[in-house]
Design a protein around this ligand. Structure first.
Ligand code: AGP
Length: 560
């Protein structure tokens, strides 16, 4: 979580960093801050989004770095906001990650009389570094060894020199005609020459020169600007734009998949474990249904946050990790365990240069385009598309898909969905039950997450037949139950509907809001989830909430 961004060069560094941080704000927006160099570092901080920071510095500086925070250690307040400065003002730093032994180090430093002003592990790093002795590079090397956990750090020394180190958390440097850029997220960087730091690298930037202090060969590669992906175009929010991006994302994913030899990957394996968190886990559940019921593979799905791999993995067993960001800490932890036990990983991700993309044996890239709203929408649809495509491909050697038709159908379908009257009914509810069966239940887990996540409504996804086994007690005359039935068999749901109606509750069949019966059964889950995504988006608007930035959350969960 958190985003870090820096600039050293001929332009106004404060403006460059402010602009860079806007691209990273999706990673955390509890508070933010920028340090800029003017005969020593000066710091501006604010609670909330970057709009609350001073929009320019007091002087034009050529060295600056900043941070946008998702609070982990310590509540959201100015003292806990980055950048953090060491007690003796020698170092200023921003940090992404978690220091596991921060409490122990802090106690030792307090015993030595070092003062602390925040509850963060980041201030511990700054103070620890200041108490180490010797040349700065040696002190940083020592710091690296003393810290446990994950971190990427931009460290500013009072002389104006900048140092970079990282372990697990990503950090990149980009060299361009305008200067040197540093970012925790490659896609926030402009055109230029890119170097992605490796663990153990110690890099110093001094007077526009990048110097490796560790045994590192800095191999730059050409990077193309992806910043245009950070614009919303005609849309008011990223989330709505991203829902409308779905058909294009699916088309692009299809063309990408057509160029891969997917059958070859699957040929080696007969047992599969699908892993992910949150929305990505929900797409695993759809994948499990496709691969087990249609292809008849032996498949199970696991929440990466609740998975422990402690035995040697059989050669015929493939672990498929689904992660939009490729940076989710719970998935990375499982990926490490899989590697440790000689297993193979196929990663399905939207971020080809992510940490997990570097760990995986095989990769499938969803081509959804950058997703910035915290709520996953188009990436979920492309993940489901990948599973539908793979299972069809493996099942049927002659499989051909009319992708243009699918894209056009989706485009027209999304434009036609009308949810306004339902949204008006739902917006003031504090709880909502969603019922369906089989694959629809898996879809409702995702629909429920969307409504919980951005509308703060307590949602209960249920197998329809389970309602009478307890949860029916929640139904009264104010209850609305959303149902989903993408199959042709309506009987079971009709019975449940009667049970709800007789207790005064109302059932709204979301599949009846818009006709999805004519679409290919295998791709129907994509059609079925979109009305729910739109419902959650418009409820948030009616409630005056920002759908792109739900409270307490951030886009990538890079802490366990
Ligand atoms: C869903 O809307 C959330 N953004 C969240 O559940 C997310 O899917 C989860 O944290 C996993 O993220 P990943 O796909 O980047 O691994």
């Amino acid at each position: 979580m958190c985003g870090i961004y820096g600039y050293i060069g001929k332009n106004d560094a404060y403006q460059e960093v402010l602009c860079g941080l806007t691209c990273l704000q999706y990673r955390g927006y509890d508070s933010c801050g920028i340090a800029y160099f003017d005969d020593g570092f000066k710091i501006n901080k604010a609670i909330g989004t970057l709009d609350n920071l001073p929009q320019c510095s007091e002087v034009v500086s050529n060295i600056a770095f900043g941070h946008t925070r998702w609070a982990t250690n310590g509540e959201v307040n100015i003292n806990n906001t980055h950048p953090h400065i060491s007690f003796d003002k020698e170092f200023v730093l921003v940090h992404n990650g978690i220091i596991k032994n921060a409490d122990t180090i802090k106690r030792e430093l307090i015993d030595k009389g070092i003062p602390f002003y925040s509850d963060t592990d980041t201030e511990v790093i700054a103070n620890l570094l200041s108490t180490l002795t010797g040349r700065i590079e040696k002190r940083i090397e020592r710091l690296y060894k003393l810290l446990e956990g994950s971190f990427s750090l931009i460290i500013g020394h009072k002389s104006g020199k900048i140092y970079l180190i990282k372990r697990f958390s990503p950090l990149n440097i980009l060299k361009s005609d305008d200067g040197i850029y540093i970012s925790s997220d490659v896609s926030s960087l402009k055109d230029g020459l890119l170097y992605t730091l490796k663990d153990n690298d110690i890099i110093m930037i001094e007077k526009n020169e990048i110097i490796a202090l560790s045994n590192t060969k800095i191999n730059f590669k050409i990077h193309e600007n992806k910043i245009k992906e950070f614009t919303m175009g005609k849309f008011k929010h990223y989330m709505l734009k991203e829902i409308f991006d779905t058909p294009k994302g699916i088309e692009n994913t299809y063309y990408y998949l057509e160029k891969q030899n997917i059958r070859k990957i699957f040929k080696h394996f007969s047992e599969f474990t699908l892993l992910g968190c949150g929305t990505a886990y929900h797409s695993c559940l759809i994948g499990e249904i496709y691969l087990s019921k249609i292809v008849r593979y032996k498949v199970n799905s696991c929440l990466a946050s609740n998975c422990e791999i402690s035995k040697k993995i059989k050669r015929n067993h493939l672990h498929i990790i689904v992660s939009q960001s490729g940076e989710t800490a719970d998935c990375i932890k499982v990926a490490e365990q899989i590697k440790k036990h000689n297993g193979k990983i196929l990663l399905i991700t939207n971020e080809p240069s992510s940490t997990m993309a570097r760990m995986a044996d095989y990769k499938i890239i969803t081509k959804a385009g950058k997703e910035l709203a915290v709520a996953s929408t188009k990436t979920y649809c492309t993940q489901v598309f990948v599973f539908a495509y793979i299972s069809q491909l493996i099942l049927n050697k002659r499989f051909r898909l009319d992708i243009q038709k699918l894209k056009n159908d989706l485009d027209k379908y999304i434009a036609k969905i009308k949810v306004n009257s339902l949204v008006n009914k739902l917006k003031d509810k504090d709880k909502l039950i969603l019922i369906g069966k089989d694959i629809d239940y898996a879809l409702l887990l995702e629909a429920s997450l969307k409504i919980r996540e951005i509308d703060y409504i307590y949602t209960i996804p249920m197998y329809a037949g389970e309602l009478k086994h307890g949860t029916l007690s929640l139904i009264d005359k104010d209850s609305i139950v959303l149902s989903l039935n993408t199959s042709n068999d309506k009987t079971k749901l009709d019975i449940v509907k009667n049970e709800i109606n007789s207790r005064g509750g109302e059932v709204v069949a979301v599949d009846e809001l818009i006709d999805m019966s004519k679409f290919n059964q295998y791709f129907k889950p994509i059609f079925a989830i979109i009305p729910f995504q739109l419902i959650s988006y418009y409820i948030a608007l009616k409630k005056g909430l920002n759908p792109d930035m739900p409270r307490n959350l951030a886009k990538s969960v890079t802490v366990e």
